[in-house]
Design a protein around this ligand. Structure first.
Ligand SMILES: Nc1nc2c(c(=O)[nH]1)N[C@H]1C(S)=C(S)[C@@H](COP(=O)(O)O)O[C@H]1N2
Ligand SMILES: [Mo]
Length: 220
């Protein structure tokens, strides 16, 4: 391997637009907040399709057996079945998503439950979370990035049940961070006082992953 960078989350790096329109739209704003009027982060290009990026096979998860469990730093757990999730207040977020392999997709439409609603039922002062998926995928992020109307457990995309390849029956959606944080087939969330790296983060990807600061790799 001659690459200075770790393997790419989800699959091969598209050889094409290494530096998409974003690079010219946003010269030199790295490290600052999103500039007004800019919709594409640096190094990203707009994608009309919806690529599937999975590190392994698609697990077969049925709503009948699906559950979502939060474990706090004391080891106490709170779980929701599918029926319990569907009975909670539902949001319909529309968001742009940004994959670290450089595609972005504008205006994706989802339906699901805010993490604000779920975490309101959990006692915790932990600052970090490890998200776990059916199939074994993990990803870490700060709890602050899950709260404040910024993250959801979603089960519907574009008005239809979320396809299994895209994480159905339910995935995490954290659109303000690179899309590898949006764990498909989401199953658990473990609250942690100290940050620990998940699957891609252990391989060199960033612990936060803010596309507006181009936080692709550890140290960015
Ligand atoms: N469980 C799980 N979640 C995952 C992944 C994965 O491999 N397994 N890939 C991540 C990556 S790298 C991206 S870009 C998005 C891709 O979601 P999509 O296949 O719906 O486009 O899912 C993220 N969530
Ligand atoms: Mo990705």
């Amino acid at each position: 391997m001659t690459s200075a960078h770790p393997p790419v989350p989800g699959g091969p790096d598209p050889a094409g637009p290494e530096h998409g329109a974003g690079a010219t739209l946003t010269p030199g704003f790295r490290g600052r907040a999103r500039p007004e009027g800019v919709t594409l982060p640096a190094g990203q290009y707009a994608e009309d399709g919806f690529p599937v990026l999975s590190a392994g096979p698609t697990p077969n998860v049925s709503p009948a057996t699906w559950s979502f469990t939060v474990t706090n730093e004391a080891g106490a757990t709170r779980s929701w079945t599918w029926a319990q999730l569907m009975a909670l207040p539902q949001d319909e977020p529309t968001a742009d998503i940004h994959c670290v392999t450089r595609w972005s997709k504008f205006g994706t439409r989802w339906r699901g439950v805010s993490l604000d609603v779920l975490l309101a039922e959990v006692e915790s002062t932990a600052d970090f979370a490890m998200v776990g998926s059916y199939g074994g995928y993990t990803t870490n992020l700060p709890v602050a990035d899950l709260l404040g109307g910024k993250a959801w457990i979603v089960h519907t995309f574009d008005g239809a049940p979320l396809h299994a390849e895209h994480g159905g029956p339910a995935r995490l959606l954290v659109p303000h961070l690179y899309f590898w944080k949006s764990a498909k087939w989401v199953r658990s969330l473990t609250l942690m006082p100290v940050d620990r790296p998940g699957f891609w983060e252990k391989l060199g990807y960033h612990d936060l992953g803010d596309p507006w600061r181009e936080q692709r790799y550890q140290g960015d």
